[in-house]
Design a protein around this ligand. Structure first.
Ligand code: NAI
Length: 463
């Protein structure tokens, strides 16, 4: 082994958890090593959030072309160029990866390209080199989960990683799992012209989303031609001629459906293989690394964050945890607080939520008031030609304190930030109602929903 390199903090994993942790640690003056075996940016940037959002934008462009005449734009003809769509997606990713590389260099963070292995709480091995370090942050993320269903290894059966490299739009796609990944890809490929069928084991798709929002989304899915089978467990995938046949079981018995491609989106598992955790004695919580509320593992000076610790597997949660872990590693004493975590789903239309769902509020026995405001009553939404959906506000009845905000409709994923900010400050419906919201903008729907908690919204008639 070469001479040991010495650092204040060594971070294993360069996704939105790890690289943000590295930046924060450097900002606080630490000497930082970041170990990444693949490209910087992790799943989010290379195989998740960003490439899929680039694809969503292309689907929107196609939708706009199809409906251009409604807006007074007569096109002479247009075509989907899937090769260009995928190339653009790759360009977007490459630009962002290069951006993170620049950030690392600019912050004097040493990036080691290789698989890191924890040899002791104070040393990490990578590419035959030994790094000695005062603190370690484990941020190795997650991989698509596997389920023991026969046939998932057949050609044409893909994970959320592999579907990002396909070269042609499948005529038909069965999606196993109606979670966020399944619904987002279902929405993308439906928009690109595939016949999409979702097969979900539970009685509801998108389990963590407010039930009323999911109900509204379900109605729109039918209109879009996406078929959804709930309470349906996939039992097998078999080759049938040129197609794949998916067998699933419902209360009424077994059904079969054929498709050109099958996407398996049944969750993600923490990825900790080859990290040497068992050898150094890191306590696990099944596949996830066990941590306390300061994000410390059982080993002194070793922290873990992001998908690798299970919990809420979201890029922005991993980044939040990354900041907390390195601050603690450098002497602070911050604890995690997951009460205000915005959840964004980039389907058509978009959905987003923060705080408690109505079901959770009821289960807690809180006396509450729900108010809703439809985008169809908003001038800006009409001007945009997109009036689908609502903003729904849940507030404590007596105090008006905001308990949850749930949105389905145009730019829901951007609009949720106001709800998150108000909740973070412990704000009330009155705080939102007394804030001047610019006209004509979509956030006026939030303002009106807040007025609905008080004397009533202004731009809808009380029935
Ligand atoms: P998920 O856990 O959200 O959904 C998986 C679904 O598959 C569940 O509803 C489950 O009941 C179903 N399922 C499991 N086995 C099945 C079977 N044999 N037959 C039929 N259905 C079956 O997991 P998903 O969608 O794979 O996402 C993984 C993680 O990535 C989640 O934590 C999610 O939050 C995160 N993610 C977040 C995004 C966002 O915030 N926009 C986008 C993509 C992923």
């Amino acid at each position: 082994m070469a001479d040991p390199k010495e650092y204040d903090i060594t971070i294993i994993g360069g996704g939105p958890g790890g690289y943000v942790a590295a930046l924060r640690a450097a900002q606080l003056g630490a000497k930082v090593a970041l170990v990444e075996k693949d490209k910087l940016g992790g799943t989010c940037l290379n195989r998740g959030c960003i490439p899929t959002k680039a694809m969503v934008r292309s689907v929107e462009a196609l939708h706009e072309a199809k409906h251009a005449a409604d807006f007074g734009v007569d096109l002479k003809g247009f075509d989907l160029n899937f090769g260009r769509l995928m190339a653009r997606k790759n360009e977007v990713v490459a630009t962002q990866v290069a951006g993170i590389e620049r950030l690392m260099k600019g912050n004097k963070i040493d990036v080691y390209n290789g698989a890191g292995k924890l040899e002791s709480p104070r040393s990490v091995a990578v590419n035959g080199e030994k790094i000695t370090t005062k603190k370690v942050v484990l941020a190795t993320g997650s991989v698509p989960a596997r389920v023991p269903v026969p046939g998932l290894d057949l050609p044409g059966v893909v994970t959320s990683d592999e579907i990002l490299d396909i070269t042609k739009v499948p005529a038909s796609l069965v999606v196993i799992g109606g979670g966020v990944i399944g619904m987002e890809f279902g929405s993308i490929f439906n928009g690109l012209g595939s016949k999409v069928t979702i097969v979900e084991m539970l009685p509801q798709i998108l389990p963590p989303v407010d039930e009323e929002i999911v109900r509204r989304y379900g109605q729109l899915l039918r209109a879009q031609g996406i078929e959804v089978n709930i309470s349906a467990t996939v039992k097998a995938v078999e080759k049938k001629g040129e197609s794949l046949e998916v067998t699933y079981e419902m209360a009424k018995g077994q059904s079969r459906i054929e498709a050109e491609m099958v996407l398996v989106a049944v969750g993600r598992s923490p990825y900790t293989e080859g990290l040497g955790l068992a050898d150094v004695g890191v306590t696990m919580n099944r596949r996830a690394i066990a941590v306390n509320e300061r994000l410390e593992t059982n080993l002194d000076g070793v922290y873990a964050i992001g998908d690798a610790i299970g919990g809420i597997m979201l890029a922005h949660v991993a980044s939040y945890e990354g900041e907390i872990a390195v601050e603690n590693a450098l002497g602070a004493s911050r604890t995690v607080d997951y009460r205000v975590v915005p959840n964004c789903i980039f389907t058509a239309p978009e959905m987003a939520g923060v705080g408690m769902t109505e079901k959770e509020v009821k289960e807690k026995g809180i006396t509450y008031k729900a108010s809703r405001f439809p985008f169809s009553a908003l001038g800006r939404a009409h001007a945009m030609g997109d009036t689908t959906g609502i903003v729904k506000l849940l507030c404590e009845a007596e105090s008006g304190k905001v308990l949850g905000v749930h949105i389905i409709g145009p730019h829901a994923t951007d609009l949720i930030a106001e709800g998150a900010a108000v909740m973070q400050m412990g704000g009330t419906a009155k705080d939102i109602a007394h804030t001047i919201h610019a006209h004509p903008t979509l956030p006026e729907a939030m303002h009106e929903a807040a007025l609905g908690q008080l004397d009533g919204a202004l731009h809808v008639l009380k029935i």
